[in-house]
Ligand binder design. Structure first.
Ligand code: SAM
Length: 272
């Protein structure tokens, strides 16, 4: 079956997505939505977008909503994506925390895990005595599908092809037999990370101790300005004085009201 979406159906879907996860779908993008979701409607044997809306709207925390989100947004990520952030973490932030040897970091839209595992590698390799440090990384995303992949720590070997071989050897195990062609994150990295589902639109986050760094990269581009502003000001509250916020290379806080000081183009600091 070939599907079409009416203006009313598109508007209802658009406002549901905005309300639940802050993603602002462009009003001219209805053909894109039709092409991305049609296969799903076909698989579910639905007769149109009205029925699909009813299905996702009845359970916005459910699996179908996650699938829809995965189809309309991107989960694209990489190990050491935007490497300057990890160098800054290792060379500037880590040394400044060496008195207490306690580091709390939140990777707030972690997708399939490459970002939090890279944070873990930067911390582990940056500390001369990693066993003496208390490293804790909270890694969260809205999509349960990507979180399951992240928590498995299992990746296609291709994903680390561009990393130096000693980094791969130190932090990954090579799959054998039925796992040939795959690599698994070593336990010393996995032990540093807790994965959980969290929605950046929530008013409060289940975070009790103030954070040293928040990574929120390559997700704010989907949010409109008021949503970005609310989120950035929430982040401010969860950081320690002196803590940092890292955003994606194509994102900027230029047009929103906030109290951070810019340190580098995509690195912001809560003064204190
Ligand atoms: C492009 S990925 C970014 C991954 C990683 N931060 C990076 O820069 O490589 C964007 C992620 O944001 C997640 N996301 C979208 N809306 C969200 C929300 N409201 N709350 C939490 N995560 C969300 C998506 O599921 C997706 O995994």
């Amino acid at each position: 079956m070939n599907y079409a979406i009416s203006t009313d159906e598109f508007e209802r879907l658009r406002s549901l997505v905005y309300q639940e996860c802050g993603i602002s779908l462009d009003e001219h993008k209805s053909p894109l939505i039709v092409s991305r979701l049609s296969t799903r409607l076909r698989a579910l044997d639905l007769d149109g977008f009205g029925a699909y809306y009813d299905l996702v709207a009845q359970d916005p925390d459910g699996e179908e909503f996650t699938r829809m989100l995965d189809l309309i947004s991107t989960n694209k990520t990489d190990f050491f994506r935007e490497p300057k952030h990890f160098e800054f973490l290792r060379d500037q932030i880590l040394p400044s925390l060496k008195r207490d040897k306690r580091v709390r970091i939140w990777s707030s839209a972690c997708s399939s895990g490459e970002e939090p595992y890279t944070i873990a590698m930067a911390l582990f390799d940056g500390a001369a005595d990693p066993d003496q440090w208390d490293f804790r990384i909270l890694a969260s995303d809205l999509s349960t599908r990507v979180l399951a992949k992240a928590a498995s720590g299992l990746y296609d070997e291709e994903r680390v092809r561009s990393l130096p071989s000693e980094v791969v050897r130190r932090h990954f195990l090579k799959g054998k037999g039925s796992h040939a062609g795959m690599i698994r994150v070593r336990p010393h990295l996995a032990a540093m990370i807790a994965f959980r589902r969290m929605n950046l639109m929530d008013d409060r986050f289940p975070i009790t101790s103030p954070l040293d760094v928040i990574f929120c990269r390559n997700v704010m581009i989907y949010f409109d300005r008021p949503t970005q502003e609310r989120l950035v000001n929430k982040f401010y509250r969860y950081l320690k004085p002196g803590g940092y916020l890292f955003i994606g290379h194509s994102e900027s806080l230029q047009w929103i009201h906030h109290s951070f000081t810019q340190v580098l183009p995509t690195i912001y600091r809560k003064e204190g």
